[in-house]
Design a protein around this ligand. Structure first.
Ligand code: PLP
Length: 404
Protein backbone atom coordinates (compact mmCIF):
# COMPACT_ATOMS: atom_id res chain seq x y z
CA UNK A 1 0.00 0.00 0.00
CA UNK A 2 1.17 3.53 -0.76
CA UNK A 3 1.06 4.63 2.87
CA UNK A 4 3.44 7.44 2.05
CA UNK A 5 0.48 9.01 0.25
CA UNK A 6 -1.86 8.84 3.24
CA UNK A 7 -2.87 11.92 5.24
CA UNK A 8 -1.31 12.16 8.70
CA UNK A 9 -4.78 12.00 10.24
CA UNK A 10 -5.00 8.33 9.34
CA UNK A 11 -1.40 7.56 10.25
CA UNK A 12 -1.27 3.75 10.00
CA UNK A 13 1.45 3.60 12.70
CA UNK A 14 -1.06 4.83 15.31
CA UNK A 15 -4.03 2.44 15.52
CA UNK A 16 -7.50 4.00 15.84
CA UNK A 17 -8.85 4.06 19.36
CA UNK A 18 -11.77 2.05 17.98
CA UNK A 19 -9.66 -0.88 16.81
CA UNK A 20 -9.78 -4.00 18.96
CA UNK A 21 -13.43 -3.74 19.97
CA UNK A 22 -14.30 -7.03 18.34
CA UNK A 23 -11.84 -9.66 19.41
CA UNK A 24 -11.26 -12.68 17.19
CA UNK A 25 -12.16 -15.68 19.36
CA UNK A 26 -14.15 -18.38 17.62
CA UNK A 27 -14.23 -20.70 20.62
CA UNK A 28 -17.90 -21.61 21.25
CA UNK A 29 -17.48 -20.60 24.91
CA UNK A 30 -16.27 -17.10 23.93
CA UNK A 31 -18.07 -14.33 25.81
CA UNK A 32 -17.57 -10.72 24.77
CA UNK A 33 -17.71 -8.00 27.39
CA UNK A 34 -15.95 -5.72 24.88
CA UNK A 35 -18.24 -3.84 22.48
CA UNK A 36 -21.07 -1.72 23.93
CA UNK A 37 -23.79 -3.76 22.25
CA UNK A 38 -27.36 -3.68 23.54
CA UNK A 39 -29.35 -6.85 24.20
CA UNK A 40 -30.52 -8.10 20.82
CA UNK A 41 -33.51 -10.15 21.92
CA UNK A 42 -35.10 -6.97 23.28
CA UNK A 43 -35.03 -5.21 19.90
CA UNK A 44 -38.60 -4.27 18.84
CA UNK A 45 -38.16 -5.85 15.41
CA UNK A 46 -41.81 -6.58 14.57
CA UNK A 47 -42.97 -3.10 15.61
CA UNK A 48 -40.18 -1.55 13.55
CA UNK A 49 -41.08 -3.70 10.55
CA UNK A 50 -44.67 -2.43 10.78
CA UNK A 51 -43.36 1.13 11.13
CA UNK A 52 -41.31 0.78 7.92
CA UNK A 53 -44.45 -0.40 6.08
CA UNK A 54 -46.49 2.48 7.50
CA UNK A 55 -43.85 5.07 6.61
CA UNK A 56 -43.38 3.80 3.06
CA UNK A 57 -47.13 3.52 2.46
CA UNK A 58 -47.64 7.06 3.69
CA UNK A 59 -44.58 8.63 2.05
CA UNK A 60 -44.61 6.87 -1.32
CA UNK A 61 -41.94 7.68 -3.86
CA UNK A 62 -41.20 11.07 -2.33
CA UNK A 63 -39.94 9.38 0.81
CA UNK A 64 -37.02 8.08 -1.24
CA UNK A 65 -36.18 11.54 -2.62
CA UNK A 66 -33.45 13.87 -1.28
CA UNK A 67 -34.95 15.80 1.59
CA UNK A 68 -33.16 18.09 4.06
CA UNK A 69 -29.70 18.25 5.65
CA UNK A 70 -31.25 18.45 9.11
CA UNK A 71 -33.48 15.43 8.68
CA UNK A 72 -37.15 14.43 9.10
CA UNK A 73 -38.92 17.39 10.78
CA UNK A 74 -41.53 15.28 12.60
CA UNK A 75 -38.84 13.10 14.17
CA UNK A 76 -36.79 16.16 15.09
CA UNK A 77 -39.82 17.64 16.82
CA UNK A 78 -40.35 14.45 18.82
CA UNK A 79 -36.70 14.34 19.90
CA UNK A 80 -36.78 18.03 20.86
CA UNK A 81 -39.88 17.33 22.98
CA UNK A 82 -38.21 14.29 24.52
CA UNK A 83 -35.10 16.17 25.66
CA UNK A 84 -37.38 18.96 26.85
CA UNK A 85 -39.28 16.48 29.04
CA UNK A 86 -36.42 14.35 30.34
CA UNK A 87 -33.50 16.78 30.18
CA UNK A 88 -35.20 20.14 30.67
CA UNK A 89 -33.63 21.47 27.50
CA UNK A 90 -35.78 24.19 25.95
CA UNK A 91 -35.35 23.64 22.22
CA UNK A 92 -37.31 23.01 19.04
CA UNK A 93 -37.01 20.90 15.90
CA UNK A 94 -35.18 23.82 14.23
CA UNK A 95 -32.14 23.24 16.44
CA UNK A 96 -32.04 19.46 16.08
CA UNK A 97 -29.93 17.66 13.47
CA UNK A 98 -30.41 13.94 12.81
CA UNK A 99 -27.08 12.19 12.37
CA UNK A 100 -25.70 8.78 11.47
CA UNK A 101 -25.46 7.61 15.06
CA UNK A 102 -24.21 9.76 17.88
CA UNK A 103 -20.77 8.99 16.49
CA UNK A 104 -21.30 11.20 13.45
CA UNK A 105 -22.60 13.99 15.67
CA UNK A 106 -19.33 13.93 17.63
CA UNK A 107 -17.32 13.94 14.43
CA UNK A 108 -19.35 16.83 13.01
CA UNK A 109 -18.70 18.95 16.10
CA UNK A 110 -14.99 18.17 15.86
CA UNK A 111 -15.04 19.07 12.17
CA UNK A 112 -16.78 22.37 12.88
CA UNK A 113 -14.35 23.41 15.62
CA UNK A 114 -10.92 21.89 15.35
CA UNK A 115 -7.92 23.01 13.35
CA UNK A 116 -4.71 20.98 13.57
CA UNK A 117 -3.15 21.48 17.01
CA UNK A 118 -6.24 23.05 18.59
CA UNK A 119 -6.63 22.36 22.28
CA UNK A 120 -9.31 19.96 23.51
CA UNK A 121 -10.07 18.90 27.08
CA UNK A 122 -11.44 15.41 27.66
CA UNK A 123 -12.34 13.64 30.86
CA UNK A 124 -10.27 10.52 31.42
CA UNK A 125 -10.96 7.78 30.85
CA UNK A 126 -13.20 8.72 27.94
CA UNK A 127 -15.26 7.24 25.10
CA UNK A 128 -12.89 5.76 22.55
CA UNK A 129 -15.09 6.72 19.60
CA UNK A 130 -14.76 10.37 20.57
CA UNK A 131 -10.97 10.04 20.65
CA UNK A 132 -11.09 8.33 17.24
CA UNK A 133 -13.15 11.24 15.85
CA UNK A 134 -11.02 13.97 17.44
CA UNK A 135 -7.77 12.25 16.41
CA UNK A 136 -8.67 12.87 12.76
CA UNK A 137 -8.36 16.61 13.42
CA UNK A 138 -4.98 16.21 15.17
CA UNK A 139 -5.75 18.23 18.30
CA UNK A 140 -3.64 18.77 21.41
CA UNK A 141 -5.34 16.93 24.26
CA UNK A 142 -5.63 17.89 27.91
CA UNK A 143 -6.80 15.04 30.13
CA UNK A 144 -8.96 15.90 33.14
CA UNK A 145 -9.66 13.17 35.69
CA UNK A 146 -13.11 12.02 36.72
CA UNK A 147 -14.36 11.91 40.30
CA UNK A 148 -17.25 9.88 41.69
CA UNK A 149 -19.59 12.80 40.85
CA UNK A 150 -18.14 13.52 37.41
CA UNK A 151 -15.42 15.69 35.96
CA UNK A 152 -12.94 17.17 38.47
CA UNK A 153 -13.78 20.83 37.94
CA UNK A 154 -10.89 22.12 40.05
CA UNK A 155 -8.46 20.25 37.86
CA UNK A 156 -10.33 21.48 34.79
CA UNK A 157 -10.04 25.08 35.94
CA UNK A 158 -6.31 24.67 36.66
CA UNK A 159 -5.93 23.30 33.14
CA UNK A 160 -7.95 26.17 31.66
CA UNK A 161 -5.78 28.73 33.48
CA UNK A 162 -2.64 27.14 32.08
CA UNK A 163 -4.12 26.58 28.62
CA UNK A 164 -6.58 29.41 27.94
CA UNK A 165 -6.87 28.43 24.29
CA UNK A 166 -8.79 25.24 25.03
CA UNK A 167 -11.81 25.55 22.75
CA UNK A 168 -13.67 22.28 23.29
CA UNK A 169 -14.48 20.11 26.28
CA UNK A 170 -15.94 16.65 25.71
CA UNK A 171 -17.94 14.93 28.44
CA UNK A 172 -20.31 11.98 28.84
CA UNK A 173 -22.25 13.16 31.90
CA UNK A 174 -24.78 10.34 32.25
CA UNK A 175 -23.73 6.76 33.05
CA UNK A 176 -20.40 7.48 31.51
CA UNK A 177 -18.67 5.24 29.01
CA UNK A 178 -16.45 3.59 30.27
CA UNK A 179 -16.92 4.11 34.04
CA UNK A 180 -20.69 4.36 34.61
CA UNK A 181 -20.21 7.64 36.56
CA UNK A 182 -22.87 10.40 36.44
CA UNK A 183 -22.05 14.10 36.79
CA UNK A 184 -23.83 15.82 39.68
CA UNK A 185 -26.37 18.55 39.08
CA UNK A 186 -24.16 21.17 40.74
CA UNK A 187 -21.23 20.31 38.50
CA UNK A 188 -23.38 20.61 35.36
CA UNK A 189 -24.18 24.19 36.23
CA UNK A 190 -20.62 25.01 37.29
CA UNK A 191 -19.26 23.54 34.07
CA UNK A 192 -21.39 25.90 31.99
CA UNK A 193 -20.18 28.81 34.14
CA UNK A 194 -16.57 27.76 33.41
CA UNK A 195 -17.36 27.56 29.69
CA UNK A 196 -18.74 31.10 29.77
CA UNK A 197 -15.75 32.38 31.75
CA UNK A 198 -13.03 30.62 29.76
CA UNK A 199 -14.74 30.71 26.36
CA UNK A 200 -15.02 27.13 25.23
CA UNK A 201 -17.68 24.84 23.75
CA UNK A 202 -19.03 21.85 25.70
CA UNK A 203 -19.80 18.70 23.75
CA UNK A 204 -22.29 16.88 25.97
CA UNK A 205 -22.59 13.30 24.74
CA UNK A 206 -25.44 11.46 26.41
CA UNK A 207 -26.60 8.25 24.75
CA UNK A 208 -27.22 6.46 28.09
CA UNK A 209 -29.25 9.13 29.90
CA UNK A 210 -32.51 7.14 29.74
CA UNK A 211 -30.91 4.04 31.18
CA UNK A 212 -30.66 4.88 34.87
CA UNK A 213 -31.51 2.05 37.25
CA UNK A 214 -32.27 4.05 40.37
CA UNK A 215 -33.49 7.51 39.41
CA UNK A 216 -34.90 9.60 36.55
CA UNK A 217 -32.38 11.42 34.34
CA UNK A 218 -30.87 14.66 35.65
CA UNK A 219 -31.32 17.88 33.68
CA UNK A 220 -28.86 17.97 30.81
CA UNK A 221 -25.82 20.27 30.91
CA UNK A 222 -27.51 21.99 27.96
CA UNK A 223 -30.33 22.95 30.35
CA UNK A 224 -27.91 25.39 32.01
CA UNK A 225 -26.57 26.79 28.73
CA UNK A 226 -27.01 30.56 28.58
CA UNK A 227 -24.79 31.40 25.59
CA UNK A 228 -25.32 28.60 23.07
CA UNK A 229 -22.04 26.96 24.10
CA UNK A 230 -23.32 23.45 24.68
CA UNK A 231 -23.89 20.98 21.87
CA UNK A 232 -26.07 18.17 23.19
CA UNK A 233 -25.65 14.80 21.47
CA UNK A 234 -27.67 11.64 21.94
CA UNK A 235 -28.61 8.51 20.05
CA UNK A 236 -31.29 5.90 19.54
CA UNK A 237 -28.65 3.15 19.40
CA UNK A 238 -28.84 2.19 23.06
CA UNK A 239 -32.58 2.66 23.58
CA UNK A 240 -33.86 1.32 20.24
CA UNK A 241 -31.40 -0.39 17.90
CA UNK A 242 -27.90 0.61 16.77
CA UNK A 243 -28.50 -0.70 13.24
CA UNK A 244 -30.88 2.21 12.68
CA UNK A 245 -27.76 4.37 12.82
CA UNK A 246 -29.69 7.27 14.20
CA UNK A 247 -28.25 9.86 16.51
CA UNK A 248 -29.05 13.52 16.94
CA UNK A 249 -27.67 16.75 18.21
CA UNK A 250 -29.00 20.06 19.50
CA UNK A 251 -27.00 23.17 18.65
CA UNK A 252 -27.61 26.89 18.40
CA UNK A 253 -27.04 29.75 15.98
CA UNK A 254 -23.81 29.87 13.98
CA UNK A 255 -22.57 26.63 15.46
CA UNK A 256 -25.62 24.85 14.05
CA UNK A 257 -24.90 26.39 10.64
CA UNK A 258 -21.25 25.30 10.79
CA UNK A 259 -22.23 21.77 11.78
CA UNK A 260 -24.72 21.54 8.90
CA UNK A 261 -22.07 22.73 6.47
CA UNK A 262 -19.81 19.89 7.60
CA UNK A 263 -22.66 17.39 7.47
CA UNK A 264 -23.50 18.28 3.87
CA UNK A 265 -19.89 17.72 2.89
CA UNK A 266 -19.85 14.27 4.47
CA UNK A 267 -23.19 12.78 3.44
CA UNK A 268 -25.61 15.56 2.34
CA UNK A 269 -28.29 14.25 4.66
CA UNK A 270 -29.10 11.34 6.92
CA UNK A 271 -31.22 8.34 5.97
CA UNK A 272 -34.68 9.75 5.41
CA UNK A 273 -36.44 6.42 4.94
CA UNK A 274 -35.16 5.12 8.26
CA UNK A 275 -36.09 8.34 10.01
CA UNK A 276 -39.64 8.27 8.64
CA UNK A 277 -39.92 4.70 9.93
CA UNK A 278 -38.62 5.68 13.37
CA UNK A 279 -41.12 8.52 13.42
CA UNK A 280 -43.92 6.06 12.59
CA UNK A 281 -42.63 3.71 15.30
CA UNK A 282 -42.74 6.51 17.87
CA UNK A 283 -46.30 7.38 16.83
CA UNK A 284 -47.55 3.82 17.25
CA UNK A 285 -45.49 2.71 20.28
CA UNK A 286 -44.59 3.95 23.73
CA UNK A 287 -40.82 4.47 23.70
CA UNK A 288 -40.77 5.17 27.44
CA UNK A 289 -42.40 1.79 28.11
CA UNK A 290 -39.81 0.08 25.90
CA UNK A 291 -37.00 1.88 27.71
CA UNK A 292 -38.48 0.83 31.06
CA UNK A 293 -38.29 -2.81 29.92
CA UNK A 294 -34.64 -2.31 28.92
CA UNK A 295 -33.88 -0.75 32.27
CA UNK A 296 -35.44 -3.70 34.10
CA UNK A 297 -33.28 -6.15 32.16
CA UNK A 298 -30.05 -4.15 32.33
CA UNK A 299 -30.48 -3.53 36.05
CA UNK A 300 -30.44 -7.31 36.59
CA UNK A 301 -27.46 -7.80 34.28
CA UNK A 302 -25.58 -5.01 36.04
CA UNK A 303 -26.14 -6.51 39.47
CA UNK A 304 -25.11 -9.95 38.15
CA UNK A 305 -21.82 -8.39 37.05
CA UNK A 306 -21.18 -6.54 40.30
CA UNK A 307 -22.04 -9.71 42.23
CA UNK A 308 -19.70 -11.82 40.09
CA UNK A 309 -16.86 -9.29 40.41
CA UNK A 310 -17.33 -9.33 44.18
CA UNK A 311 -17.29 -13.12 44.25
CA UNK A 312 -14.56 -14.03 41.81
CA UNK A 313 -12.08 -11.13 41.81
CA UNK A 314 -9.31 -10.70 44.37
CA UNK A 315 -9.39 -7.89 46.93
CA UNK A 316 -6.60 -6.03 45.15
CA UNK A 317 -9.00 -5.26 42.29
CA UNK A 318 -11.38 -2.25 42.44
CA UNK A 319 -14.48 -1.78 40.32
CA UNK A 320 -17.29 0.76 39.90
CA UNK A 321 -20.90 0.17 40.98
CA UNK A 322 -22.83 1.72 38.10
CA UNK A 323 -26.43 2.80 38.62
CA UNK A 324 -27.16 2.99 34.91
CA UNK A 325 -25.73 2.55 31.44
CA UNK A 326 -23.75 -0.31 29.96
CA UNK A 327 -20.35 -0.46 31.63
CA UNK A 328 -18.25 -1.28 34.64
CA UNK A 329 -14.68 -0.04 35.01
CA UNK A 330 -12.27 -2.42 36.68
CA UNK A 331 -8.91 -1.31 38.08
CA UNK A 332 -6.20 -3.95 38.52
CA UNK A 333 -3.08 -3.48 40.61
CA UNK A 334 -0.59 -1.03 39.01
CA UNK A 335 1.72 -3.80 37.88
CA UNK A 336 -0.83 -5.78 35.87
CA UNK A 337 -1.11 -4.77 32.23
CA UNK A 338 -4.72 -5.26 31.10
CA UNK A 339 -3.86 -5.36 27.38
CA UNK A 340 -1.26 -8.09 27.88
CA UNK A 341 -3.64 -9.97 30.16
CA UNK A 342 -6.28 -9.81 27.42
CA UNK A 343 -4.17 -11.32 24.66
CA UNK A 344 -2.17 -13.74 26.80
CA UNK A 345 -4.76 -15.10 29.19
CA UNK A 346 -8.26 -13.62 29.05
CA UNK A 347 -8.95 -14.54 25.41
CA UNK A 348 -6.90 -17.76 25.00
CA UNK A 349 -7.59 -19.25 28.45
CA UNK A 350 -10.77 -17.66 29.81
CA UNK A 351 -12.39 -16.99 26.41
CA UNK A 352 -13.50 -13.63 27.69
CA UNK A 353 -12.84 -10.31 25.98
CA UNK A 354 -12.96 -6.74 27.29
CA UNK A 355 -11.48 -3.41 26.26
CA UNK A 356 -8.25 -2.50 28.01
CA UNK A 357 -7.67 0.95 29.46
CA UNK A 358 -5.03 2.35 27.10
CA UNK A 359 -7.76 2.84 24.46
CA UNK A 360 -9.65 5.27 26.70
CA UNK A 361 -6.78 7.70 27.33
CA UNK A 362 -5.59 10.13 24.65
CA UNK A 363 -1.97 9.55 25.69
CA UNK A 364 -2.60 5.75 25.82
CA UNK A 365 -0.71 5.85 29.13
CA UNK A 366 -2.88 3.96 31.64
CA UNK A 367 -2.39 0.21 31.43
CA UNK A 368 -3.97 -1.43 34.46
CA UNK A 369 -7.70 -0.98 33.94
CA UNK A 370 -10.38 -2.44 31.73
CA UNK A 371 -13.96 -1.89 30.65
CA UNK A 372 -16.64 -4.56 30.89
CA UNK A 373 -19.95 -4.20 29.02
CA UNK A 374 -22.71 -6.23 30.65
CA UNK A 375 -25.72 -5.54 28.42
CA UNK A 376 -25.21 -8.12 25.67
CA UNK A 377 -24.99 -11.17 27.95
CA UNK A 378 -27.42 -13.02 30.23
CA UNK A 379 -26.81 -13.09 34.01
CA UNK A 380 -25.71 -16.75 33.68
CA UNK A 381 -23.20 -15.85 30.95
CA UNK A 382 -21.97 -12.90 33.00
CA UNK A 383 -21.39 -15.19 35.97
CA UNK A 384 -19.59 -17.81 33.86
CA UNK A 385 -17.44 -15.19 32.13
CA UNK A 386 -16.42 -13.46 35.36
CA UNK A 387 -15.64 -16.76 37.05
CA UNK A 388 -13.19 -17.54 34.23
CA UNK A 389 -11.78 -14.01 34.04
CA UNK A 390 -11.47 -13.86 37.82
CA UNK A 391 -9.24 -16.95 37.74
CA UNK A 392 -6.77 -15.43 35.26
CA UNK A 393 -6.84 -12.08 37.06
CA UNK A 394 -6.05 -13.84 40.35
CA UNK A 395 -3.12 -15.62 38.74
CA UNK A 396 -1.77 -12.35 37.30
CA UNK A 397 -2.14 -10.56 40.64
CA UNK A 398 -0.48 -13.45 42.48
CA UNK A 399 2.48 -13.41 40.11
CA UNK A 400 2.92 -9.79 41.16
CA UNK A 401 4.61 -8.76 37.96
CA UNK A 402 3.44 -7.34 34.66
CA UNK A 403 2.00 -9.85 32.24
CA UNK A 404 4.22 -9.25 29.21
C1 PLP B 1 -20.52 7.72 24.86
C2 PLP B 1 -20.92 7.28 23.50
N1 PLP B 1 -21.13 8.19 22.55
C3 PLP B 1 -21.49 7.86 21.31
C4 PLP B 1 -21.64 6.54 20.94
C5 PLP B 1 -21.99 6.27 19.52
O1 PLP B 1 -23.05 5.44 19.33
P1 PLP B 1 -23.91 5.44 18.01
O2 PLP B 1 -23.09 6.03 16.92
O3 PLP B 1 -24.25 4.03 17.76
O4 PLP B 1 -25.09 6.30 18.31
C6 PLP B 1 -21.40 5.53 21.88
C7 PLP B 1 -21.49 4.11 21.52
O5 PLP B 1 -21.04 3.22 22.18
C8 PLP B 1 -21.05 5.93 23.19
O6 PLP B 1 -20.82 5.03 24.16
Amino acid sequence: MRQDLFAQRVNPDVPSALSGLFSPDDDPRALSFAAGSPREDLFPVAAMQTAFHTAIAAGGAHLFQYQTAQGNPALRAKLAARIGKWGQVATTADNVVLTVGGQQAIELVAKALLNVGDEVAVEVPTYIGALAAFDLYQPTYHAVPLQADGLDLNRLEDTLKRHPKIKLLYTVPDYHNPTGITMSMAKRQQLVELANRYNFIILEDSPYRDLGYTHAPLPAIKHFDTEGRVVFVSSLSKILMPGLRTGWLVADDDLLTAILRGRMASDLEANNVVHAAINAYLEANDLDAHVAALRASYRGQCSALVQALTTYFPDEVAFTHPDGGFFDWVTLPQNVDAAALLTQAAIPQAHVSYVSSTNFYPARDVHNSLRLCFTGLTPAEIDAGMRRLGAVVKAAVREGRPVV
